[in-house]
Design a protein around this ligand. Structure first.
Ligand SMILES: Cc1cc2nc3c(=O)[nH]c(=O)nc-3n(C[C@H](O)[C@H](O)[C@H](O)COP(=O)(O)OP(=O)(O)OC[C@H]3O[C@@H](n4cnc5c(N)ncnc54)[C@H](O)[C@@H]3O)c2cc1C
Ligand code: FES
Length: 367
């Protein structure tokens, strides 16, 4: 089953430390969701000028039983859209598109796995933990954040995982430091053969380095800025090395957000590497120049852009800030679709490019 667009009632909401946890009735989304996927929410209410949907990892998906299926997600207030979401009340309606993106691949054998979450990034790991345990995999968790109130899900992790290690940068809970400081010990102690991680990009990078030092696979769910969430606008591209060894500027919304960590060119994030397939200007590592290149590809059409170096010109859309992004989206039309009610065609693209591809994708074959 692919992505659907539904309007559903907010069934429950509560604070979880620094975050807001929302449960929304979302039939069709809940049934299709797999760990690592996300939803794109319309924000701001019916009269809002906020055109772009906001992406949130699915924390829990409860398929329909006697009641309609629901999804839960965790909101950290960042800007206008998340602030609005934090104020949404029980009984109000939310417009949800999902599930989007490729899920975490699961190992075929019962291997030990360490799940590493940073801040609200931990939310997407609990469904994964369940799926791994259903395959008899040992699950250990490392949860980190800047401060204790930003560590998400510690109590639930204690119920779920064989061991939980918490780190905070200010030492207000657990070990003072970063998740990557304690990860080597956890991997060594547990004999884990795979790492999964979700959190800020710098964290994913260091987690990836630790996993590489143990020569074990690491799957990361990245969080690139996204305007449309359905593969149309190229806002979310990052340089990823394909199975053929060729780097492509890859859309994290439909080809991710989960990637094998050693395929991501961490040093080149925010640039279009000169050797990326379709890079129009081999010297375009300067963000301004790269942005121009991306704009050109955008104009050339989605197919070209999909294969080529869309580049952080896409980032131009998001990085330029909310106002620019929202206005830019209106002009692009494609991103406008993302905000204002997706047509069946748009969702068709999503279902073909993400969930279906994910099902046939790297799952199982890598570990
Ligand atoms: C796959 C994915 C999963 C995510 N999961 C969660 C989650 O579980 N909980 C949570 O609180 N947040 C999550 N985020 C980040 C969340 O989408 C942003 O915080 C949110 O879009 C910011 O919107 P805003 O209006 O509050 O901020 P503004 O800065 O006003 O947002 C304006 C635009 O900038 C972009 N943007 C700004 N910051 C980010 C960011 N950090 N990541 C991506 N886009 C950004 C968006 O396109 C947004 O439309 C996720 C992002 C992605 C891509
Ligand atoms: S957000 Fe990925 S292509 Fe638009």
């Amino acid at each position: 089953m692919g992505a659907v667009q539904v309007r559903g009632e907010v069934l429950a909401r509560r604070r979880a430390g620094a975050y807001h946890l929302l449960e929304v009735v979302a039939p069709g989304v809940a049934e299709a969701a797999r760990p690592g996927q996300f939803v794109a929410l319309r924000v701001g209410g019916p009269l809002s000028g906020l055109l772009l949907r906001r992406a949130f990892a699915i924390y829990r998906a409860t398929p329909a039983r006697s009641y309609a299926g629901t999804v839960q997600f965790v909101v950290g207030v960042h800007g206008t859209g998340t602030e609005w979401l934090a104020g949404v009340r029980q009984g109000e309606q939310l417009d949800v598109v999902g599930p989007l993106g490729r899920p975490f691949p699961l190992p075929t054998a019962a291997v030990g796995c360490v799940l590493v979450g940073g801040g609200y990034g931990s939310a997407s790991l609990f469904g994964l933990a369940e799926a791994l345990r259903a395959r008899d995999c040992r699950v250990d968790m490392v949860l980190g954040a800047a401060t204790a109130d930003r560590v998400f899900g510690e109590q639930e992790a204690k119920r779920t995982a064989a061991s939980v290690t918490v780190t905070t940068e200010d030492g207000s809970s657990g070990v003072q430091g970063l998740v990557s400081d304690v990860l080597p010990d956890v991997v060594e102690r547990t004999g884990a053969l795979a790492v999964y991680a979700c959190g800020p990009m710098p964290m994913l990078r260091t987690v990836s380095e630790v996993a590489a030092s143990f020569a074990i696979p690491c799957h990361v769910a990245v969080e690139e800025e996204m305007a449309c969430g359905i593969g149309v606008c190229m806002t979310c591209v990052l340089p990823v090395i394909g199975e053929d060894g060729v780097t492509r500027m890859t859309r994290s919304c439909v080809d991710g957000p989960v990637f094998l960590a050693d395929r991501v060119r961490w040093d080149d994030l925010g640039t279009v590497p000169a050797d990326a397939l379709g890079a129009t200007d081999p010297g375009a590592t300067d963000p301004d120049t790269a942005g121009l290149g991306a704009a050109g590809l955008g104009a050339a059409g989605l197919d070209t852009a999909g294969l080529g170096a869309g580049g952080p010109g896409a980032a131009g859309l998001g990085a330029a800030g909310l106002d620019t992004a929202e206005l830019g989206a209106a002009g692009l039309g494609a991103a406008g679709l993302g905000a204002g009610g997706l047509g069946a065609a748009g969702l068709g693209v999503v279902s073909a490019g993400s969930a279906a591809a994910g099902a046939a994708g790297p799952a199982g074959g890598e570990q």
